[in-house]
Write a protein that binds this ligand. Sequence first.
Ligand SMILES: Cc1cc2nc3c(=O)[nH]c(=O)nc-3n(C[C@H](O)[C@H](O)[C@H](O)COP(=O)(O)O)c2cc1C
Length: 146
Amino acid sequence: MKLLHIDSSIQGKGSASRELTREIVARWVAERPDTEVTYLDLAAQELPHLSQKSLVRADELEATRNAEALEQFLAADAIVIGAPVYNFTIPSQLKAWIDRITVAGKTFTYTANGPQGLAGGKEVVVAVARGGVRAPDASGNLASRT
Ligand SMILES: Cc1cc2nc3c(=O)[nH]c(=O)nc-3n(C[C@H](O)[C@H](O)[C@H](O)COP(=O)(O)O)c2cc1C
């Protein structure tokens, strides 16, 4: 089984969602040792936002990274997503990834009844963190600031 582990927090070591996804993936692998984990850090390796250039595939490197993101998503049986709340919504880095995997004919199709997903059957865990700001103290331990 293939598991795609995604983090999108911009808060580095102080990130609550990174701590959560790490724990979830560790438990998953402990329960299903046959799991092959692929890690994607959207804050460290940001995907470009959609632009006119993206739509016409003007940039070869961007088109390649898009194709990789889509393949990685389609290949995964399970996905664990760290989704912090910033300014009342998900990080723009995570939205940029969603834009890359939302591809007509690959992950959804339009029907008379509206859009229909084509990538069903995946187990998806979304680890949401919101509310406080956490930062490492001098010893590197996480501390909450609310
Ligand atoms: C720039 C910024 C904006 C935030 N906006 C919100 C918000 O709108 N609502 C909320 O409940 N928490 C908000 N928070 C708090 C975060 O959700 C909280 O720090 C959470 O731990 C973020 O996940 P992370 O630690 O994995 O980055 C914000 C934090 C930051 C740094």
